[in-house]
Ligand binder design. Structure first.
Ligand code: FAD
Length: 139
């Protein structure tokens, strides 16, 4: 079965709180495990950057469902491509909240014009490298 990777960026609605994030994380882990999806969701400075890996059908279905979610808006697809292998094998959805730790802000600065998380300006390659670096930091 061919594997696909989808990366998108979106903006959290004003007033999104920790309970919303917790709910998104719990739902994602449960649904993605059942669907055979792996990936990572990063959140910071009101922006989401998420990567989903799995079969084309389940990744598309999941993305279509995510797009309907009123807790975020202005979703932009960064990449959707066939891949040889998964990068996020051990997580059905690893969620990372980007805080003000210097190590995290340094990674953000490497991929943005400022230390404010702005994934909307990242290319597919940059966003994947960014997420891989985050994994190493949080592992
Ligand atoms: P329910 O939880 O019963 O939800 C039914 C509907 O209500 C859905 O349309 C849902 O979007 C909406 N909804 C539920 N709770 C709220 C709320 N508090 N406020 C507003 N609307 C609400 N889901 C995944 O399965 N995998 C993912 O990787 C994933 N990533 C996500 C990333 C982001 C940035 C966001 C915002 C959501 C993500 N979700 C993900 C959640 C997804 O959008 C759906 O909420 C979830 O998949 C629906 O789960 P369910 O089928 O159990 O339906």
């Amino acid at each position: 079965m061919a594997l696909y990777r989808l990366i998108y960026v979106s903006q959290a609605i004003a007033g999104l709180n920790y309970a919303d994030l917790k709910d998104i994380m719990n739902k994602s882990e449960l649904n993605n495990r059942q669907a055979g999806i792996t990936g990572m969701l990063s959140f910071g400075d009101s922006m989401f950057l998420q990567v989903l890996e799995g079969s084309r059908r389940v990744v598309s279905q999941t993305y279509n469902r995510i797009l309907l979610d009123k807790r975020h808006t202005n979703a932009e697809l960064i990449e959707f491509s066939e891949i040889e292998h998964r990068d996020f094998t051990i997580w059905s959805m690893k969620a990372v909240q980007l805080d003000n730790q210097p190590a995290i802000r340094e990674i953000i600065l490497k991929y943005s014009a400022s230390s404010t998380f702005s994934p909307v300006s990242m290319t597919g390659k940059q966003s994947l490298s960014f997420l891989r670096e985050l994994i190493d930091t949080y592992r």
